[in-house]
Design a protein around this ligand. Structure first.
Ligand SMILES: Nc1ncnc2c1ncn2[C@@H]1O[C@H](COP(=O)(O)OP(=O)(O)OP(=O)(O)O)[C@@H](O)[C@H]1O
Length: 716
């Protein structure tokens, strides 16, 4: 291709892009002006709507410009259509924009009119003669890449459109990786576009092997839904759940770069408002905590009497001694529990206890008084009120989970539900901080215990107990991902847990208890579920499948399968796929399209530290982007020590932009790096029951180069 032609084409696109940015600045100015006038008039009428719309547009554009300018510009696509459809070029961008005459300047990528940009093919051009992708840095067009989809129409119309470039997709896939995922608006592929624009009812299930774009597609789908029904999804909220905090940080910029921030991004340890856990349990403990047997264990725990609470109440009333002993209290407890969640009954405790006491009143002197007189006396008795409040306090879920740290109590509650080994593992783990797998247990207990009635509920709050811990918890809730418009539920009460859309990434890893937790948040929601069973680190898939089916209820399922691996070089993926087959993982093997000519290397060296350091020095030079060092859990601290403060990685191992990161196999889920060093792969494989799946995940993280380093050959 003649360079002059390319330069001419770039210059002409630049003119258009300049017009768009000028228009954006104009819109911003007029939005500000209108807002000022509106404020001055003290009211916003019809114009108010316009101000709001333009202001939003401006904000979105500003975010896009600042967050992702280096990668994809505001204007990224152009379609030249057959004359009878449109004799003017159509431009596609991250947002829609009109010019001063209200004519369309830029079509939002999510608008129906843009679908053809992604779906037209040479076999079915759908009226498109030429599709052009514009690559920009900031506001400057640096390249154009064309596909001639309908050469016959081109000839027939005598347009002779110039065709420039050789593949925007390959350019995009070969770019150096940094610590953030980027949007793919300019190069969404046809099979991905179908999943993004799927009918929104029910559940959209996106499957596919490693690197097929499941995550990035699901995020674009969230943006698509927000565009289509902003009122519904912004009001009800969109919940995006991923495996870890590291992963959430990796994906957190994609939606803002598409102009959307009204989304709650939560790792599995942060789904319950106000709680945050990142510690992972030992796999054996995690397996017990994730199993559905925990639901029964917690149901029993939620019905226990409060450890340490008074077991008896005695009152002398006229000539009677009235007693609430274990038998009477047992009956009252069962009666209260039959009325619904425990905390809801805080308003009924006093009256139920009073009824029981009153039934014991026998003496004549006592009978001279009415039950109301007796009740009045009890309700003004400090001794009675203190007893009732400590016998039936408002319980919060973490407190009840804390009870189970007591080995004897746990053994009692777990009778017939868990074996002795599981009880031992659990009681030990509950003497430590909350782990990721404790969060669904707390959530389960929140629902079993219920919220105390609000003070202004019609039920009278007899003991003044209602307005306590759970509500305070919501006031002090801190939002990790809290940008200004980031969506958060209005309170921490269970009735406000529901979202309008729930997006689950790496769904193959959810335990049954985690499915129950997310299921409660999506009873009336639409869903997007993304996963690859071969990458699963949950050892009992059938149980998880049942829990998933329960979480989704009768919702319609729309399945989409992605078949091209856009992440790994074909050399790296060939090795990973061969491993998956050897390990019997029944993996869904996508087609990796990009070759680098560099095979993975496998080093065996008794000097593990030396070999790792040398490899790292090589890779840091060889690739422009990130390098991940993946280690067995037990070696994490040791290997981190090898690379910290080391001159060759100076400034590359600290902070959010660090190029070199040390992480465990499970930490790598969903992430990608230019180069990966796998330290002692065999230990990663044997450190958990699903170690082979974890190692397969690790082998599918590198875009350019992968080196394994072991101190001895397998089997030695
Ligand atoms: N159409 C596309 N254009 C450009 N890049 C793409 C495209 N589709 C996917 N990618 C890139 O491929 C990489 C893998 O995508 P993603 O992480 O979404 O895959 P995944 O299927 O979720 O992977 P895994 O299951 O292995 O975690 C990302 O860098 C993503 O940006």
């Amino acid at each position: 291709m003649n360079d002059d032609v390319a330069a001419r084409e770039i210059a002409s696109e630049q003119e258009f892009v300049d017009t768009v940015y000028r228009q954006l600045a104009d819109s911003a100015r007029s939005a500000e002006q209108l807002a000022a006038e509106g404020r001055a008039r003290g009211q916003l009428g019809h114009e108010g709507g316009l101000v709001e719309r333009d202001a939003m547009l401006f904000q979105a554009a500003k975010r896009i410009a600042t967050l992702d300018a280096a990668h994809e510009g505001l204007v990224f696509g152009r379609l030249d259509m057959r004359d009878e459809i449109d004799d003017e070029p159509r431009y596609v961008g991250r947002i829609g924009l009109r010019d001063g005459n209200h004519d369309i300047l830029l079509i939002d990528w999510r608008a129906p009119a843009s679908a053809v940009f992604y779906q037209a093919t040479p076999a079915e051009p759908q009226g498109v003669i030429r599709r052009r992708i514009l690559r920009s840095v900031g506001e400057t067009v640096v390249g154009v890449e064309d596909d001639l989809l309908d050469p016959e129409a081109d000839e027939a119309t005598e347009r002779n459109l110039p065709i420039v470039g050789e593949g925007a997709l390959m350019a995009q896939l070969s770019r150096a990786r940094d610590r953030s995922m980027h949007s793919i608006v300019a190069t969404i592929q046809a099979e991905q576009d179908q999943a993004i624009r799927a009918p929104e009812k029910g559940v959209v299930l996106i499957t596919g092997g490693p690197g097929t774009g499941k995550t990035v597609v699901a995020l674009h789908r969230a943006a698509f839904l927000l565009y289509g029904d902003r009122r519904r999804y912004e009001t009800g909220g969109v919940l995006v759940v991923g495996p870890s905090g590291v992963f959430m940080r990796y994906i957190e910029r994609v939606l803002p770069s598409l102009g959307e921030t009204a989304v709650a991004l939560r790792s599995l340890g942060e789904v319950v408002d106000g709680l945050r856990a990142s510690r992972r349990d030992d796999p054996r403990v995690a397996e017990v905590k994730g199993s559905v047997a925990m639901a029964e264990l917690l149901r029993r725990a939620s019905r226990q009497s409060v450890p340490g609470a008074p077991r008896e109440f005695r009152v002398f009333y006229r000539d009677d001694v009235l007693l609430l002993g274990p038998r009477e209290l047992g009956q009252v407890r069962r009666q209260l529990l039959s009325m619904g969640p425990r905390n809801r009954s805080t308003t009924k405790v006093a009256s139920t206890l009073i009824d029981t006491l009153w039934r014991q009143v026998k003496s004549e002197r006592a009978r001279e008084r009415t039950k109301e007189d007796f009740a009045e006396e009890m309700r003004t008795s400090d001794a009675f009120l203190d007893f009732a409040a400590s016998w039936w306090p408002v319980l919060d879920a973490a407190t009840v989970l804390g009870w189970l740290g007591d080995y004897d109590l746990l053994t009692w509650v777990a009778e017939g539900v868990l074996d002795d080994e599981a009880v031992r593992l659990l009681s030990k783990s509950w003497s430590e901080d909350l782990s990721v797998d404790d969060i669904p247990l707390i959530d389960e207990l929140r629902y079993l215990l219920g919220d105390p009635p609000l003070v202004n509920d019609t039920d009278q709050d007899e003991l003044g107990l209602a307005d306590t811990s759970l509500q305070e918890l919501s006031l002090s809730t801190e939002r990790e991902w809290g940008g200004q418009r980031t969506w958060t539920p209005p309170t921490n009460r269970v009735e406000d847990d529901g979202y309008a859309h729930v997006l689950i990434d790496e769904a193959q890893d959810l335990t049954p208890m985690q499915w129950r937790m997310v299921g409660r948040r999506g009873r009336t929601a639409t869903w997007t579920i993304v996963g690859d069973p071969a990458q699963s680190s949950w050892p009992v898939p059938a149980e998880a499948a049942r829990a998933r089916a329960e979480a989704l209820g009768k919702k319609d399922l729309h399945e989409f399968h992605l078949s091209t691996n856009y992440r790994n070089s074909s050399e790296i993926y060939a090795f990973a796929a061969e491993y998956a087959q050897r390990a019997g993982l029944q993996a869904d093997l996508p087609n990796a399209v990009r070759s680098t000519g560099i095979d993975p290397r496998h080093l065996v060296d008794p000097d593990l530290e030396g070999a790792t350091r040398r490899t790292l020095a090589d890779l840091v030079d060889a690739v422009a982007g990130t390098v991940g060092i993946v280690v067995p859990v037990a070696r994490r601290a040791e290997v981190s020590g090898w690379v910290a403060g080391w001159p060759e990685t100076d400034g590359m191992t600290e902070g959010d932009d660090a190029r070199v990161v040390v992480l465990t196999g499970l930490d790598t889920k969903g992430l990608e790096f230019d180069a990966i060093i796998v330290v002692e792969p065999q230990e990663i494989e044997t450190e958990s029951p699903t170690g082979t799946a974890t190692l397969y995940v690790v082998y599918t993280r590198a875009t350019q180069q992968m080196v394994t380093v072991a101190s001895s050959s397998p089997g030695e």
